[in-house]
Design a protein around this ligand. Structure first.
Ligand SMILES: Nc1nc2c(ncn2[C@@H]2O[C@H](COP(=O)(O)OP(=O)(O)OP(=O)(O)O)[C@@H](O)[C@H]2O)c(=O)[nH]1
Length: 364
């Protein structure tokens, strides 16, 4: 039936912006800038902010959910005898076990916010190449429209080789997450990003830049290995650029932030048209695979029970309703800073397995 003007308009979901970038590229400053931009809109549209960096000393914005309220990164280092990166990863893993609660809080606010902003750990690979980073990204993306904002330190990307390494990294994240992707060329107050746009649009211009850089020829006038490699890779990247939106931003001055949000809105449409059906298809496949595993386990359990019966019955009857899960850690809750007073409830790693009744995974 055709919809009438009396039909309620479909409820617009907020867009999640997951901010990823190399250490020092300006992620936190960027999040602060887009946060203040949204606050200064008329009417103001304060975002819902998640800080997933356990090691950050200070954040210049008020985050609604902060990983530091749940996991004490310094304690993780001590208790697990880890270095800083291992501790950040372990803290993220611990936090991920509670991410269903985080999603619940985000969904509760979905009607009142337009944007959910996620700041990720400084060491990019901790988020992009860890299981917990993938779980968090998938969980958010299957709940609300999600875009990746890949923050690039523009002044440090002017050399063709550095530019290409950065683009290759972005390319790997795009293919891993399969989410709408915005390249945010940050720090344009120091270095305008025109050169990057030109290299992305004009293959020949990038080849020329490669050739004018030292080291393209060896002593015999042959193209060096590095040059040939970069030439081949830039051909691959040419295809990748077609799927990207690039904006130049200065998180310092606020230049380009409006254009960034225009790109985010365009990505929302892209998410709904291209990514959502794909996500749903992969979710169905995952569920089907899970169901098959469950069915197989039940079948094997039934066979075991048959065997047990034949041997004289079960010694102890298992009651599926009985809550005998020793790992029950439901008393640890993620807090929404708006609802609860800070400081929050740390996961007490010193008494893990005792006071909380949980057995956190310890490294072997
Ligand atoms: N000039 C200029 N400096 C910037 C800009 N954005 C960030 N910075 C500076 O870049 C440095 C790093 O910024 P952060 O926001 O801490 O970067 P980050 O990516 O969050 O850093 P990590 O948490 O270590 O990964 C700081 O000194 C910022 O002041 C910008 O747009 N222009």
């Amino acid at each position: 039936m055709a919809s009438t003007s009396h039909d309620a308009a479909p409820q617009k979901k907020p867009v999640a912006i997951i901010t990823i970038g190399m250490a020092g590229s300006g992620k936190t400053t960027f999040v602060q800038r887009i946060n203040s931009y949204l606050h200064s809109k008329n009417p103001p549209s304060p975002p819902y902010i998640l800080n997933l960096d356990p090691a950050v000393a200070q954040v210049p914005f008020d985050s609604n959910i902060d990983i530091r309220d749940t996991v004490n990164y310094q304690e993780v280092m001590k208790q697990y005898n880890l270095g800083p990166n291992g501790a950040i990863l372990t803290a993220l893993n611990l936090f991920t076990t509670k991410f269903d609660q985080v999603l619940g809080l985000v969904e509760k606010r979905a009607e009142t916010v337009d944007y959910v902003i996620v700041d990720t750990p400084g060491q990019i690979e901790i988020f992009t190449w860890s299981a917990s980073g993938a779980i968090i990204t998938d969980a958010i993306a299957s709940s609300i429209p999600t875009v990746i904002a890949y923050v690039i330190d523009t002044p440090r990307t002017t050399a063709p080789a550095t530019f290409m390494s950065n683009m290759l990294y972005a390319c790997s994240i795009l293919y891993k997450t399969k989410l709408p992707f915005i390249l945010v060329f940050n720090k344009t107050d120091v270095q305008p990003h025109d050169f990057a746009i030109e290299w992305m649009k004009d293959f020949e211009a990038f080849q020329e830049a490669l050739a004018t850089n030292n080291g393209t020829m060896d002593g015999d006038g042959e193209s060096t290995y590095m040059h040939s490699l970069m030439h081949s890779m830039s051909m691959v990247l040419d295809e990748f650029y077609q799927n990207l939106t690039a904006v130049g931003v200065s998180s310092m001055t606020g230049d380009g932030v409006k254009e960034f949000f225009e790109a985010v809105e365009a990505s929302r449409a892209e998410y709904e048209k291209d990514y959502l059906p794909e996500l749903q298809r992969s979710r169905e496949m995952r569920e089907q695979a899970l169901q098959e595993i469950k069915d197989d386990s039940v079948n094997r359990l039934m066979k075991d029970l048959e065997l047990d019966k034949a041997k004289g019955g079960l010694r102890e009857r298992w009651d599926p309703n009985e809550d005998d899960d020793e790992d029950d850690d439901s008393d640890m809750n993620i807090i929404d800073r708006v609802d609860d007073a800070w400081p929050g409830q740390y996961i007490d790693l010193t008494n893990s397995g005792k006071s909380m009744g949980s057995n956190w995974p310890r490294p072997a």
